[in-house]
Ligand binder design. Structure first.
Ligand SMILES: Nc1nc2c(ncn2[C@@H]2O[C@H](COP(=O)(O)OP(=O)(O)OP(=O)(O)O)[C@@H](O)[C@H]2O)c(=O)[nH]1
Length: 290
C-alpha cells in the first residue's frame, strides 16, 4: 500500500499514534535495515513523547550485515536499543521480547516493588508504509489474536495479540510518513520499493542506484554487468549494461528505458547482493540542519 501524504493525513496518523501511546509500555519502531535513517519518520521523537522504544531493523536479510551492525551500534550510542530482524522468515522474534524486557526492566521492577501484579509488556508497532508492519504482526501473532473489551480511556475496543506470556501487541500498527522533502531520501525509498515509482523519475532512481553501487560496491557492479572498468560517463555506463544484458531496441540500439527498469529490478531483487543504501551516522549533519 502506498499512501499519498497530505498535511491532513499526517495529522491524523500522528493523532492515532498519540491516542494509543498511553496504552503501551514500549514502542517498536520498525525501520527498513537497508535505509535505517530514511525509513524513519522525521518527527518520531516528538510523536512518541519519551515513551521507551526499541528500533527493529527489519528486512535484515536484504541488508549488508556489517552495515547493520554499525547501525545497531549507532542507535545504541544514542541510548536506543536496536535489533536486526527478518519478519518474513521469523528471524529475531524471540529477541524482541527479551530486549523489550531489558528496556523496561526498571519500570517493571518499580511496579513489582509497589506490589503491582506482574503482567505482560504492552507494545505498539509503528513505521512507514512497506516497512513490514503487517508481516511482523502476522509472524508474531500466529493464531494468538485476543479480543479484549473496552480498555479504559479509549472508546474503541483494542485488539491485543498475545506473543508468548510476556508480550502483548496492539493489532493495528501506527503508520507514519517518511521525510519526502529530501530528494535523496525519496530516491532511497523508491529504490527499496517503499514509494511508488510514478512519484519519481525512473531514470533518476536507476542513476542514483548505479552511482551508489559504484561508490560502495564497485566489485559487485562490475561483476553483475561484466564491466572491465566502470565508465565515469553515465550514458556510457547505460550503454555497456544495455549491450551486455541485451536491452536493445529493434534496431540494435541500447534502450535506456529497458536498462533503467533492469537496474532498478536487479537492485530490488538482490541481484547485486544484500545492500544497505546509507551508512550509520552519515546523515547526522543533514538532520541537524532540519
Ligand atoms: N525480505 C524481506 N521482506 C519482508 C520482510 N518483512 C516484510 N517484507 C516484505 O515487505 C513488503 C511489505 O510488507 P508489509 O508487512 O505489507 O508492510 P507494512 O509496513 O504493513 O506496509 P503498509 O501496509 O503499506 O503500511 C511485503 O512484500 C513483505 O513480504 C523481511 O524481513 N524480509
Amino acid at each position: 500500500m502506498t499512501i499519498q501524504w497530505f498535511p491532513g493525513h499526517m495529522a491524523k496518523a500522528r493523532r492515532q499514534v498519540t491516542e494509543k501511546l498511553k496504552l503501551v509500555d514500549i514502542i517498536f519502531e520498525l525501520v527498513d535495515a537497508r535505509i535505517p535513517q530514511s525509513s524513519r519518520n522525521p518527527m518520531i521523537d516528538e510523536i512518541i513523547q519519551h515513551k521507551p522504544r526499541l528500533v527493529l531493523l527489519n528486512k535484515a536479510d536484504m541488508a549488508d550485515k556489517e552495515k547493520t551492525k554499525a547501525w545497531i551500534a549507532y542507535f545504541q550510542k544514542q541510548g536506543i536499543k536496536a535489533i536486526a530482524i527478518n519478519s518474513q522468515a521469523g528471524v529475531g522474534m524471540k529477541e524482541i521480547t527479551a530486549l523489550a524486557k531489558e528496556v523496561l526492566a526498571e519500570k517493571f521492577d518499580r511496579m513489582k516493588a509497589k506490589g503491582v501484579r506482574p503482567r505482560a509488556i504492552r507494545a505498539m508497532i509503528v513505521g512507514i508504509p512497506n516497512a513490514g508492519k503487517s508481516t511482523l504482526i502476522n509472524r508474531l501473532a500466529k493464531k494468538n489474536i485476543a479480543k479484549t473489551g473496552n480498555t479504559p480511556g479509549v472508546t474503541k475496543a483494542q485488539q491485543w495479540i498475545k506473543v508468548g506470556k510476556e508480550l502483548e501487541l496492539l493489532d493495528t500498527p501506527g503508520i507514519l510518513w517518511p521525510k519526502f522533502e529530501d530528494q535523496n531520501v525519496g530516491l532511497k525509498l523508491a529504490l527499496t520499493g517503499a514509494i511508488k515509482d510514478t512519484i519519481l523519475n525512473l531514470q533518476d532512481i536507476a542513476i542514483y542506484g548505479l552511482r551508489f553501487l559504484e561508490k560502495e560496491y564497485p566489485a559487485r557492479l562490475k561483476e553483475r554487468y561484466q564491466l572491465k572498468e566502470i565508465p565515469e560517463d553515465i550514458v556510457e555506463l547505460f550503454d555497456q549494461i544495455g549491450q551486455v544484458r541485451g536491452c536493445l531496441t529493434g534496431g540494435g540500439i541500447v534502450d535506456y528505458d529497458k536498462v533503467t527498469e533492469l537496474v532498478i529490478r536487479d537492485i530490488r531483487s538482490e541481484k547485486l547482493g544484500p545492500l544497505t543504501l546509507e551508512n550509520a551516522g552519515e546523515l547526522e549533519t543533514a538532520n541537524n540542519n532540519e
